[in-house]
Ligand binder design. Structure first.
Ligand SMILES: [Zn+2]
Ligand SMILES: [Zn+2]
Length: 337
C-alpha cells in the first residue's frame, strides 16, 4: 500500500509498505480522508515521543475493510471514524473511563502507525459510525473537534459565560465553533496577525485581537472589564500563558491546551493564588469523537469550511509545507484517498 513514512525525525518518504493485518479486537480501515495536524509537524520534527519508523496521521475517516475477530464482522463495509487510543481496558484508569492515563496507552499516529496511508488498523472498541450526511473529509475533523470539546469540558465552560481563546490554529478555531454552538458569549480569539482571525470573525467571534498590531491587555479591558470566565491557551507560548493568567476573571478557569515542548516558564504566583484561579491541563482528550460526529451530523457544529486544501497522498510534501507556512486562507489540508 502507499504510505508516508517518517524514517527518523526530519526524514519522510512515500513508500510501498505491507497492508497491515488486523489482530483480534482490531479492524482494518480503508482510509478515505486524513487531515494534516500541526501536531504531525512536531512528530516529523522529533519534538513528541513517537516510534520511528512511523506512518503519522491521527485525524482520519474511512471504511472498515477487515476485522481480526469474527464477532466484529458486522463492521465490515461501514463508514467510520474512531478513537486513536490503544489501551489495556483492564486497569483502574481504563475501567473508570480515563483511558489515556493507562500505562499501556499507545496513540495511533504517534506510537502506532497512523492514517497517512491507504490502510490503518484501529481497535474495534473505539469505532464510531460516520453518518451518510457527513463527508469523509469533514469526518476526519472529528478528532480536532473532539479535542476542542474535551478542553471546554475540562475548563468547566458553561452556557452564557465569556471565553478567550489564545491562538487561531485549527484547535483554537474548533474551540470557537464548539463554544458558539454551546452558547458561550462574547468569545474573543487572539493571534499574532489577523491572517486567521478573518476566519474566526466568519465563525462568529465577538471580537478578534491581532497582538502584533493591538495591545492585548487594553483591548481585553474594554471587552471583558472584569476578566474572562474561561480562558484557553492553544499556543504553549510563555508570554501568551502569562497574559492568559492575568486575563482570567477572579475564580475563573484557565486551560492549557498548547504543547509546551518541554519548556520551563515563570509565572506570577499571585495571579493564580490571590485570584483563586482554576488552572487545568487539557492536553489529553478521549471519548469525544462520538459527540463530535453527532454535532457535525446534526449541523450544530459545521467546520467544513476549515478544509482549505485537499491533496493526494503523493503530494504530502506540498501538504506539510502548507501546514508549516500557513499561507493566507489556509486552515487545514486533507489527503483524500
Ligand atoms: Zn490533531
Ligand atoms: Zn488500562
Amino acid at each position: 500500500m502507499k504510505s508516508v513514512v517518517i524514517e527518523k525525525p526530519g526524514v519522510m518518504n512515500l513508500k510501498d509498505t505491507n497492508i497491515p493485518a488486523p489482530k483480534p479486537g482490531f479492524a482494518r480501515i480503508k482510509v478515505k480522508a486524513a487531515a494534516i495536524c500541526a501536531t504531525d509537524l512536531e512528530v516529523i520534527d522529533g519534538n513528541i515521543p513517537a516510534n520511528y519508523p512511523l506512518i503519522p496521521g491521527h485525524e482520519w475517516s474511512g471504511i472498515v475493510d477487515a476485522v481480526g475477530s469474527p464477532e466484529d464482522e458486522a463492521w465490515i463495509g461501514k463508514r467510520v471514524i474512531g478513537s486513536n487510543d490503544v489501551v489495556c481496558l483492564k486497569c483502574d484508569f481504563c475501567r473508570s473511563g480515563n483511558w489515556r492515563y493507562c500505562k499501556d496507552f499507545e496513540e495511533i499516529g504517534f506510537k502506532r502507525n497512523g492514517a497517512y496511508a491507504e490502510y490503518l488498523v484501529i481497535p474495534v472498541y473505539g469505532l464510531c459510525e460516520l453518518p451518510e450526511n457527513v463527508s469523509f473529509a469533514h469526518g476526519a475533523l472529528c478528532e480536532p473537534l473532539g479535542v476542542a470539546l474535551g478542553t471546554l469540558e475540562k475548563a468547566n465552560a458553561k452556557f452564557g459565560q465569556t471565553l478567550l481563546i489564545m491562538g487561531a490554529g485549527s484547535i483554537g478555531l474548533c474551540m470557537l465553533a464548539a463554544a458558539k454552538a454551546m452558547g458561550m458569549e462574547k468569545i474573543v480569539v487572539c493571534a499574532t496577525t489577523d491572517k486567521r482571525l478573518k476566519i474566526a470573525k466568519k465563525l462568529g467571534a465577538y471580537a478578534t485581537i491581532a497582538t502584533k498590531e493591538q495591545d492585548l491587555m487594553s483591548e481585553m479591558k474594554k471587552i471583558h472589564p472584569e476578566g474572562t470566565d474561561v480562558v484557553i491557551d492553544a499556543t504553549g507560548i510563555e508570554e501568551c500563558i502569562q497574559n492568559c493568567l492575568k486575563l482570567t476573571k477572579k475564580g475563573g478557569y484557565f486551560a492549557l491546551a498548547g504543547y509546551g515542548r518541554g519548556k520551563v516558564m515563570s509565572i506570577r504566583i499571585d495571579d493564580i493564588h490571590v485570584n483563586n484561579l482554576h488552572v487545568v491541563g487539557a492536553g489529553n482528550n478521549w471519548n469525544m469523537h462520538k459527540k463530535a460526529v453527532e454535532l457535525m451530523a446534526s449541523g450544530t457544529v459545521n467546520i467544513e469550511c476549515f478544509i482549505s486544501n485537499t491533496l493526494k497522498l503523493e503530494e504530502f510534501e506540498k501538504g506539510i509545507d502548507l501546514a508549516r507556512k500557513r499561507p493566507e486562507g489556509f486552515v487545514k489540508a486533507v489527503f483524500l484517498l
